[in-house]
Design a protein around this ligand. Structure first.
Ligand SMILES: *[C@@H]1O[C@H](CO)[C@@H](O)[C@H](O)[C@H]1NC(C)=O
Ligand SMILES: *[C@@H]1O[C@H](CO)[C@@H](O)[C@H](O)[C@H]1NC(C)=O
Ligand SMILES: *[C@@H]1O[C@H](CO)[C@@H](O)[C@H](O)[C@H]1NC(C)=O
Ligand SMILES: *[C@@H]1O[C@H](CO)[C@@H](O)[C@H](O)[C@H]1NC(C)=O
Length: 451
């Protein structure tokens, strides 16, 4: 495949433990495998003129691997990596001309880069591309592997204009949740729910909702299943953004986790067609004893378990530490994120012009919470029925006071002179040992991390 994916390989071996060791910032895996060494067992695909293999989707329905590249899509059988189908989907010449006229690069930007590709229903995939800075989406028939060219949809808010910008999206029950930049200039960040039976839902264009975010990942957690409180399902978003709450460091970037509730349909007067359940918190990956603080999120992997309660998130962070490039991996438990989202809010104090903990009484129902049994018992059956004081409060206080700490309070791994780009985690059950989790990291090399 193209260089972008060439390094993404199977992982073998174990990282050493011992965070306290002298070489804590440069742990050496017990075994590292380079892409060259795996050449005999790795199957490769390349095709002249095709590059930027940006999206990979493995479906259970067909057992095929779908790949989205620049102006092309491919379907592969997984075992043999045999090509089963090709779709050519280029942006038309006139769109490319317009793109160039608006000052974009005809070699690197004015193409249709596939940025979203997921199963939509039993027979179709949904795909979105940048389409020379005029994003478009379409359905793909999985049986014939053909794109329904006749029914292109506007991709605004579903896909970034700029192929280089961070983006994440998820289809849940026919509704598309996307976190992207919603305009040509890339100045309008948005978390949007589109398609399906409801009207579109979005975030407010307010800097304290989203401020120059770089979106990295998202996850659907079916928290209604077996819930004793009648809770709703949630969608989580992971990104970095420029923080407003650090009064002295105006330039500070922080990592965030945000979430919305699946049943949210917005408010009736306040927050009409806007999320009433958008909450966000600071996602910490640091080793304070080493004066190491990481904030640039690079990749995310969600590890599901048999029960959603045990969902964990693995995040890759990048940093420059002195003149050294570092990559680090932190693990977060869903429980910890939930705890922070149920805690105190942060507030901008007009008088001191500083951000701090909100200490005054909080309106009821609790702002930002999903509609649950308590709400229904008190007559609030949907977000449309929430009182204005609850909605006005959440509009001004989407940020929580407490920070989401990584498991064990520190990174699982810190490695210098690397720029990890992707991460995959899986649970492996050893024959004689208790289950271990493995974590493979990629950039021309891969390794296992034993937890
Ligand atoms: C891209 O633009 C450059 C300079 O404007 C031009 O020389 C070149 O021919 C163009 N390439 C294509 C493929 O259109
Ligand atoms: C899936 O969605 C497509 C596009 O809306 C539609 O044409 C098709 O009939 C749907 N298939 C099923 C099995 O519902
Ligand atoms: C979550 O994981 C822990 C530890 O592996 C296990 O003891 C517990 O039963 C799991 N909880 C659920 C609800 O599966
Ligand atoms: C990591 O990425 C940065 C910025 O993209 C680059 O300057 C640096 O050389 C890279 N470091 C390594 C070890 O590849």
């Amino acid at each position: 495949m193209a260089p972008h994916w060439a390094g993404w390989l199977l992982a073998v071996g174990l990282w050493g433990l011992g965070f306290g060791a002298e070489m804590w910032w440069n742990l050496v895996p017990r075994k590292t495998v380079s892409s060259g060494e795996l050449a005999p067992v790795v199957r490769r695909f390349s095709q002249t003129g095709i590059q930027d293999f940006l999206t990979l989707t493995l479906t259970e329905q067909t057992g095929l691997l779908y790949v989205g590249a620049r102006e092309a899509l491919f379907a592969f059988s997984v075992e043999a990596l045999e090509l089963q189908g090709v779709i050519s989907w280029a942006a038309p010449a006139e769109k490319k001309t317009e793109c160039v006229q608006k000052g974009k690069n005809n070699q690197t930007e004015c193409f249709n880069f596939i940025r979203f590709l997921q199963p939509y229903n039993a027979s179709h995939l949904y795909v979105c591309g940048t389409y020379a800075f005029q994003p478009k989406c379409a359905y793909i028939d999985m049986v014939t592997f053909t794109l329904e060219h006749g029914a292109l949809e506007d991709g605004k808010g579903k896909c970034p204009y700029d192929p280089a910008k961070g983006h994440t999206g998820l289809l849940v029950d026919g509704e598309l949740y996307s976190a992207t930049l919603n305009n040509f200039l890339g100045t309008e960040p948005i978390i949007l729910r589109n398609m399906g039976p409801h009207h579109p839902m979005k975030t407010e264009y307010l800097a304290f909702w989203l401020n120059e975010p770089h979106f990295v990942g998202s996850a659907y957690v079916p928290e209604s299943v077996g819930s004793l409180t009648g809770d709703d399902d949630k969608v989580y978003f992971f990104f970095s953004e420029r923080a407003l709450e650090y009064n002295c460091y105006m330039e500070q970037v922080v990592a965030r986790v945000a979430r919305v509730c699946k049943g949210d349909v917005g408010g009736a007067r306040t927050l009409q067609k806007k999320w009433t359940t958008f909450l966000k918190a600071h996602l910490v990956c640091s080793a304070p004893s080493r004066h190491l603080y990481l904030s640039h999120l690079q990749a995310l992997h969600t590890l599901q378990d048999t029960s959603w309660h045990n969902t964990t998130f693995f995040a890759v962070f990048r940093a420059r530490w002195g003149d050294v490039d570092l990559s680090a991996v932190c693990e977060y438990q869903l429980e910890e994120i939930q705890r922070v989202f149920e805690g105190p809010y942060k507030e901008y104090h007009e008088q001191s012009q500083k951000w701090g903990r909100y200490t005054d009484p909080v309106p009821s129902p609790r702002p930002g919470s999903c509609i649950n049994s308590w709400h229904r018992h008190h007559g609030y059956t949907s977000s449309l029925e929430l009182p204005d004081n609850t909605l006005n409060f959440i509009k001004k206080h989407p940020l929580l006071e407490e920070q989401v700490k990584p498991l064990r309070g520190r990174p699982l791994l810190v490695k210098k002179d690397t720029n990890f780009t992707h991460l995959v985690a899986d649970r492996v059950t050893g024959l004689m040992e208790p289950p271990i989790q493995c974590c493979s990291l990629a950039q021309e090399t891969a390794g296992y991390l034993r937890l």
